[in-house]
Design a protein around this ligand. Structure first.
Ligand SMILES: [Zn+2]
Length: 344
């Protein structure tokens, strides 16, 4: 039975493949923890996808026996880059020409007739992490680096996502790293953005694949099994993670280098933000305990060696929690916070 006295906040996470949604209350309780996924059908264009987003939102409400009358505010997150108001720039995950410059927040708001607040997916996930660890604490600072094809970043201070003046804040993947600490042969890696030495050019699946290619071209590791894997997409880099967990020397060497680079990125960020905590997220969090421990140790050693001693000792570095529902949970909680700030 529908309880009309409730205030509900919906969170919708639009991904390249599927849409996840959840519902939270004014107290921040997550009411939907598992739901059938709804396909985003992003390659059919935004008009189709916005309809799918509405279906995902309806499903979440159904799960809690709720109605749209109870919904105060809605949070939406999508892959970036996008403006603060949810106008999408070129997005590698949403493949249809109509997505370019598409005002996804405004379109969704029109489709559901409820106010929608927007965040990019990295920021929404980081906001969930903040809430998971600190609740509504007003005085904590958390930085996050999410490792995937690229390197996503987010910064949350006092429950506020630092998205910047235009929505392009905390793009840590394009913070540059000191090459004098990382490059010994003068071959400085180039980022997908076209600039040299961005942290994403050292810490991402794309970076791993480039390093692997270079090693093979240099004639090392002639019998390595990855020589047989086609040099395309993420196939080799993904296999590399598995090999590292099995103790493969080359794979471990590459991940050790990556961990060192990530530690150096945290040094830069520590001196800019002095947070309580850095979190590492992405595919690496799903690896074996032994490998995760080794990787984290590498990041910490590099960080502690190069940061001011006080920062090196006191700033904690850890992995994120389960990221599968982090985006929609963060989006729902952002809607909740936004409503609170605006007296709704
Ligand atoms: Zn870059």
């Amino acid at each position: 039975m529908t309880d009309k006295t409730r205030d509900l906040f919906l969170g919708v996470d639009l991904g390249g493949t599927d849409i996840k949604s959840t519902v939270t209350t004014r107290a921040g309780e997550i009411l939907v923890n598992h739901m059938d996924k709804v396909l985003s059908l992003a390659s059919d264009g935004p008009a189709v996808t916005v309809g799918q987003m509405k279906i995902a939102a309806d499903k979440a409400l159904q799960v809690v026996g709720g109605s749209w009358d109870e919904v105060v505010y809605v949070g939406l997150d999508t892959p970036g880059p996008a403006s603060l108001d949810g106008v999408l720039a070129r997005s590698p995950n949403l493949r249809h020409p109509d997505w370019l410059n598409f005002p996804v927040r405004a379109a969704f708001e029109k489709a559901i007739g409820k106010p929608v607040v927007y965040a990019n997916d990295g920021n929404a996930a980081a906001y969930w992490e903040y809430f998971r660890l600190f609740g509504d604490a007003p005085d904590k600072i958390l930085g996050a680096a999410i490792l995937g094809t690229g390197l996503g970043g987010a910064m949350v201070q006092g429950g506020h996502v630092l998205a910047g003046a235009r929505g392009y804040g905390a793009e840590f993947g394009h913070v540059r790293l000191p090459t004098y600490d990382l490059v010994t042969d003068g071959d400085v890696p180039v980022c997908g953005c076209g600039k040299k030495a961005c942290s994403e050019a050292f810490v991402s699946l794309t970076a791993l694949d480039r390093q692997l290619r270079k090693i093979f071209e240099g004639g090392e590791y002639l019998d390595h099994p990855l020589r047989e894997v086609p040099d395309e997409g993420r196939a080799r880099a993904t296999r590399l993670l598995r090999l590292a967990q099995e103790g493969d020397a080359l794979a471990l060497e590459l991940f050790d280098t990556q961990a060192r680079a990530l530690g150096l990125l945290f040094v830069q960020l520590a001196h800019a933000f002095d947070p309580h905590l850095f979190l590492i997220g992405g595919g690496i969090t799903e690896s074996s305990e032994a490998f995760r421990t080794r990787y984290l140790r590498g990041v910490k050693e590099s960080f502690q060696r190069e940061a001011f001693p006080l920062l090196g000792q006191e700033i904690e570095i850890a992995y994120t929690g389960d990221q599968d529902a982090a985006g929609c949970r963060g989006a729902a909680l952002l809607a909740r916070r936004y409503a609170k700030e605006h007296g709704l």
